[in-house]
Design a protein. Structure first.
Length: 135
């Protein structure tokens, strides 16, 4: 009995497929979901989401949001999410550098802007980790 996984961001549906298992990074650690999992609502943390289908593992970078498990359906509503093949390593490195520079130059920055920049740095780091996993 397979799972149906759907990952959605405010911009787009990033991933939809029938899968075997998924491991989601949450604020309390990684949570593995198998068919028949009990109902669950949890907060998603910046990190690497692993999908297993037909013996193969696929990686996605996710950042923030929530995950809900109902029956054999898993819904991830994320602030950010991207599949490994869509990550542009050079663009991510440039964005990471800009965000780090803004953080280091920010002496009197608004706390919300500071938190936003920190989240960008974490998400960029996650994307690079996912992209560089096979090296």
């Amino acid at each position: 009995m397979p799972l149906t996984l759907e990952i959605v961001t405010p911009e787009a549906r990033v991933y939809t497929d029938t899968i075997d298992t998924v491991v989601i990074p949450t604020v309390e650690g990684e949570v593995g979901i198998l068919p028949g999992h009990i109902p669950l609502l949890t907060q998603v943390e910046h990190g690497e989401l692993r999908v297993t289908k037909d013996g193969q593992t696929f990686w996605l970078a996710v950042g923030g949001g929530f995950a809900a498990v109902e029956g054999d359906r898993v819904h991830v509503l994320a602030e950010h999410a991207i599949t490994e093949e869509k990550i542009d390593e050079h663009a991510v490195e440039a964005a990471l550098k800009r965000a780090q520079e803004e953080l280091s130059d920010a002496k009197h920055i608004d706390p919300q802007q500071y938190e936003h920049l920190q989240n960008l740095v974490r998400y960029a780091g996650t994307q690079l980790a996912v992209k560089r996993r096979r090296r």
